[in-house]
Design a binder for this molecule. Sequence first.
Ligand code: SF4
Ligand code: SF4
Length: 375
Amino acid sequence: MKKLGFGLMRLPIIDNKNDQIDLDALKEMVDAFLDQGFTYFDTAWFYHQEQSEVAIGQALVARHPRESFVLADKLPVALFHPENKSPEALREEMESYFSKQLEKTGAGYFDYYLLHSLDKEKFSIAKTYQAYEFIKEKKAKGLIKEIGFSFHDTSPVLEEILKAYPDVDFVQLQINYLDWNHESIQSKKNYQLVRKYGKKIIVMEPVKGGTLSRLPETMAQALKERDPAASQASWALAFAASLEGVFMVLSGMSNMDQLKDNMARMENFTPLSQKDQDFLIEEGEKLKARKFIGCTECEYCLGKCPKHIPIPRYFTLYNWDHLGLGLDPKGRYKKTLQNQTPPDQCIACGACETICPQHLEIIDLLKKVDQYFDK
Ligand code: SF4
Ligand code: SF4
């Protein structure tokens, strides 16, 4: 299988509305992807405010033979609340999500199925629900081919999970050259640990939500000098795909140009040399020193905010200014304020922080962004 997976969390949308996926554009992208021999698609309950599964059902599943692609989906553990529920009720809840996912996608079965976004807290909830046992049963019944979990926490927590789920087929990790030595994301440590346990690895966020495709000028220049033909995003993909044991690298693609660029890099993939990998890690360290906000624009928080604050939008604009990208972040910030809820309207309910896979302190960060642009 070719190593590039189509992440379905940043699809083309209509009128800037995250829950309105441009189906025609998606169909074209799906067809182009399959035409080039790529087969892996990755969706989830949360993506595009619960519309990603429906859209891929229409753009892919309904239009192509089931055996011509593989589809990954995920159990949304972040939505589980076990308090005061019987074991039967917990199981029914999982059954309900799983059957709705089969219905939304029309897939009949999932090739890959994950416990979504485990960290210390969600692992504990998954244990209470017996979620791993649940997906194992589905695998035994042929409704899932391979089971795994995606992970956002430190390596001691990861080891606890790997010990608890010894027969897991694969693990999905956040790996990119910016987070390689990150104190809390721990790409390198987590990667090494999963290798130690001999599990296959799927990489998510190889471009860090687009951050590694919009680099400051000095860094962009350094990459260009090394390979004039390679795009910034393609360097980031190549870093993740070059690691031994990685069998799939997921990339969220929003338009045909991004899709083509990614496919060109991964078509006949040649791993980077160790020297190139070390160079990227060094560049990543310099980038980290710019103290931007580590938001990956996954948008999980959007559906949670009672005030409808466009959290990732504000963080992106803040980052653009910190990375010296031009693009008029201050002007765009003012424009955003004209028709969207300003950051100072946050009521500190914490709903966004509970779901944020990057564990960002969103309430404080929104204050910081507000003060920064207000100055
Ligand atoms: S803490 Fe603020 S930003 Fe987060 S969900 Fe609540 S109101 Fe929205
Ligand atoms: S703030 Fe967190 S949940 Fe929201 S888009 Fe960024 S990374 Fe995702």
